[in-house]
Write a protein that binds this ligand. Structure first.
Ligand code: OGA
Ligand code: MN
Length: 267
């Protein structure tokens, strides 16, 4: 099996060219993909024609899957491992999660064991809008001004689910990637509530500074989707966001399937 890996931007991300994910991936190819994922943090596979089961089969090569907490309402019928991210409605009800990424975040960061990675597969797309941003949190961590780094080093923050108030966890603000050993910034504006053992206003001010830093354009790759694209990002060192311009326009159809690979406890 021969395929090419081509970087997508200076920030992060690479496209895997010449691979058909409906076919079995042998161990040698898997090793190359795994290394590329660790290296580039986001992999993009274009022009795929995946059934839900084929997406699941490829996803589990990277580890057991996570049951998303809202899957009860938003999973694909018959496939509890597939979360539907969609603007479509059926009988006046959303068929999935309409906007999974209103702000920069890392998936399931409010769990004790947040997701290792997520695969998002585009089935239907609008003519324009609906890009996804990916931000390199290794690079953001390495470029943190000294005073900011000292203020948050060794500290933890409280993360809370926006949908289920019971789901919360404390995680290090700077985490160490369990496979690469590199440090990254883990806090995010969608799910981080406040810095542990710090007054609210001090925590808010510090987090706002960190978020401004993390959102600098040189850390970011914007993915413009085409139908058949599968993106696979590493939630341990990447933040992502959906950029929707017309979310309430009934003609704005964006329909995707997500699988989520389970991760471990951040340290
Ligand atoms: C997600 C997510 C972003 C998007 O599915 O986890 O954040 O662009 N999606 O839909
Ligand atoms: Mn997400």
């Amino acid at each position: 099996m021969s395929f090419e890996i081509r970087p997508l931007s200076d920030a992060l991300g690479a496209e895997v060219i010449g691979i058909d994910l409906t076919q079995p991936i042998d161990d040698a190819a898997f090793t190359v993909l795994h290394k590329a994922h660790l290296n580039y943090q986001v992999l993009v596979f274009r022009e795929q024609q995946l059934t839900p089961q084929q997406q699941i089969d490829f996803s589990v090569r990277f580890g057991p899957l996570d049951k998303h907490p809202s899957q009860g309402k938003a999973h694909l019928e018959g496939y509890p491992d597939i979360l539907v991210v969609s603007t479509k409605t059926e009988n006046g009800k959303d068929v999935g999660i309409r906007n999974a990424g209103p702000a920069w975040h890392s998936d399931l960061a409010y769990m004790e064991q947040p997701a290792l990675g997520s695969m998002l597969y585009a089935l239907e797309l609008p003519d324009s809008g609906g890009n996804t941003g990916f931000a390199n949190m290794y690079a953001a961590c390495e470029a943190l001004p000294k005073d900011l780094r000292e203020a948050v080093e060794k500290r933890r923050a409280l993360f809370c689910s926006t949908r289920n108030k019971e789901l919360k966890a404390l995680h290090p603000i700077l985490r160490t990637h369990p496979e690469t050993g590199r440090k990254s910034i883990f806090v995010n504006p969608q799910l981080t509530h406040r810095i542990n053992d710090m007054a609210d206003d001090e925590s808010d001010a510090l987090l706002a500074e960190i978020y401004d830093h993390c959102r600098k354009p040189n850390f970011i790759y914007w993915h413009r989707w085409q139908p058949g694209d599968l993106t696979f990002w590493d939630n341990r060192c990447v933040l992502h966001i959906a950029d929707h311009k017309r979310l309430d326009d009934p003609n704005y159809i964006r329909h995707m399937h997500r699988t989520t690979i389970a991760g471990d406890t951040p340290f």
